[in-house]
Ligand binder design. Structure first.
Ligand code: GLN
Length: 198
């Protein structure tokens, strides 16, 4: 299994490390690669979009043509997981800040995001969440977005303070928080299992 991690900013090495750990737990052979050019996405069966700054990441995705390659992966039914800024980029709709900054969303999931929903209150915090299909998890939020609406095939599977913080649509997962910053592999294990589904 080849897993690609978009590597312009964010917790790239942490995502690589925890994905490798999850692969080991599942007994899967595979590679997890940091990707900056669209050619590097060839053959990837799963993709992670880490956090960072959504405007900066979107610019790099568009200028390198990775945006189109990622949209194609989604159309082909590959597993894609976006965390924090990655969650913002996966959405079809964003709040006025997304618009003001000219952030080009990939538009993969039927959901609306509020880019700095939690960051306005507190820069970063940890909270225990109940997540459908996973159970209780400790989640790390850093200037976190929220999923404020969903429709179509998209389903919110965890909320905090009345706002969506995790959603799934087919094999795509969007998370407001940073699962790569804990030692809990359950989310990455689930992501790999989705990637292996026919
Ligand atoms: N709110 C930030 C943004 O959308 C994301 C912050 C993060 O990824 N930690 O740019």
């Amino acid at each position: 299994m080849k897993v690609a991690v978009i590597a312009f900013q964010g917790d790239v090495s942490e995502h690589i490390r925890i994905t490798q750990k999850a692969m080991k737990e599942l007994g899967i052979e595979g590679s997890v690669t940091a990707v900056r050019r669209k050619e590097q996405l060839e053959g990837a069966e799963a993709l992670i979009l880490p956090g960072g700054e959504s405007t900066a990441i979107s610019k790099r995705l568009v200028s390198g043509g990775l945006d189109k390659a990622i949209i194609k992966m989604a159309e082909e039914g590959k597993a894609i997981m976006g965390t924090c800024a990655g969650c913002v980029l996966m959405a079809k709709e964003g709040d006025e800040e997304v618009e003001k900054t000219g952030t080009e969303l990939l538009g993969l999931m039927d959901m609306r995001v509020n880019r700095n929903a939690f960051g306005r209150q507190r820069e970063s915090f940890e909270a225990e969440l109940e997540m459908e299909g996973i159970g209780n998890i400790d989640a790390v939020f850093i200037r976190a977005p929220a999923i404020t609406d969903s429709w179509g095939e998209c389903r919110i599977i965890s909320s905090f303070d009345g706002l969506g913080v995790a959603a799934v649509q087919g094999k795509m997962t969007a998370l407001s928080f940073h699962p790569e910053l804990t030692d809990d592999t359950r989310i990455h294990v689930k992501f790999l299992k989705m990637a292996m589904e026919p």
